[in-house]
Design a protein around this ligand. Structure first.
Ligand code: ATP
Ligand code: MG
Length: 297
């Protein structure tokens, strides 16, 4: 059996975003604006986010002290969906010593010469740590799928490149995530679901505001041509890899305050289900404490 965190009764608000069984999953059923989300407004969201980040900080302190579980939060999205801002806000209260963010860009020539999981494995969190992956191994069935030249640069022997390659990669990712879960890695996968129209508006904003220019790349606009193919690839990836031990969260990303509130709530809920606690000292250690106190006094 795959080990997985004891799950608490899922709160209704989060259940609609969590996918633990891929069969029949349809991206079209998920509204990027999250219009069905009730009970939260732009005005009340900052308070929820503040309470969430505070609780996350407390849980992370115990996670680190207990040193058993590792937590991997993986973020995937189309450009300008708000990965960076979400990471910045959601983890703002977390002790930097207990977490590590890795952003996966286009692979270097050294990385292209290695199996695709390797660079991601090197960045996995150790026990007690939270690893935040800004893009992930899923790029291998998303961007690479749209661009045959990237696959060609991977220098794979012809015999292992078949029309089944994307299905095979998804099988390998599934097996790898199951292995990690069995090793006590809690895997939470976030797809920030931005609409094509909202992406357009955000790109225009990046072009208008000089402080946002650095975020803009003309290639991002040409990538919009592949929008439907990307959505299809995301849907297939989520169908193939959603599992109770490695759930996907389809997070509405057209409204940033909702995105952040959903992500922090999902992480808090998952950590609450782990039974985290500070290690307790035994009698012998307590006796040593008494001696230490006497010496100090
Ligand atoms: P932003 O949303 O702010 O633009 P970003 O995550 O897109 O942030 P960039 O530096 O703009 O960061 O882009 C990283 C690029 O690296 C993306 O275009 C992504 O598709 C690409 N990339 C990531 N992993 C791979 C991979 N395995 N193979 C090829 N390209 C990849
Ligand atoms: Mg980009």
């Amino acid at each position: 059996m795959t080990s997985r965190p004891r799950s608490r009764k899922p709160s209704d608000a989060l259940a609609r975003y969590r996918v633990t069984e891929g069969r029949g999953f349809r991206l079209a059923d998920h509204d990027p604006a999250g219009r069905g989300h009730t009970g939260l407004t732009k005005k009340t969201a900052p308070d929820l986010l503040a309470r969430g980040t505070q609780r996350l900080a407390e849980l992370q302190d115990m996670l680190y002290a207990q040193n058993r579980w590792a937590v991997l939060c993986l973020f995937q999205a189309m450009d300008a969906a708000g990965k960076d801002g979400t990471i910045k806000h959601v983890f703002s209260g977390v002790n930097p010593q207990g977490c590590q963010v890795t952003s996966f860009k286009a692979p270097t020539s050294t990385e292209l010469g290695q199996d695709f999981l390797r660079r991601h494995m090197l960045a996995l969190p150790a026990r007690g740590m939270i690893g935040i992956h800004n893009r992930s191994w899923y790029e291998e069935v998303l961007v690479v799928r749209q661009h045959p030249d990237i696959l060609a640069r991977q220098q794979l022997p012809e015999r292992v490149v078949s029309p089944r390659i994307w299905r095979e990669r998804l099988e390998d990712i599934t097996a790898h995530e199951r292995y990690l879960a069995r090793q006590g890695v809690v895997i939470l996968k976030f797809f920030l679901n931005v609409s094509r129209e909202e992406q357009r508006a955000r790109f225009l904003k990046r072009l208008e505001e000089p402080e946002k220019h650095w975020k803009f790349r003309p290639e991002d606009v040409s990538e919009r041509r592949h929008w439907d193919a990307y959505m299809h690839a995301y849907q297939q990836a989520i169908r193939a890899t959603a599992a109770p031990h490695a759930p996907w969260y389809i997070v509405p990303a057209d409204r940033k305050w909702l995105t952040r509130a959903v992500v922090v709530s999902a992480i808090v809920e998952a950590l609450e289900g782990l039974g985290l606690r500070y290690p307790v000292v035994d009698d012998a250690e307590r006796a040593a404490f008494a001696e230490a106190r006497a010496a100090l006094e």
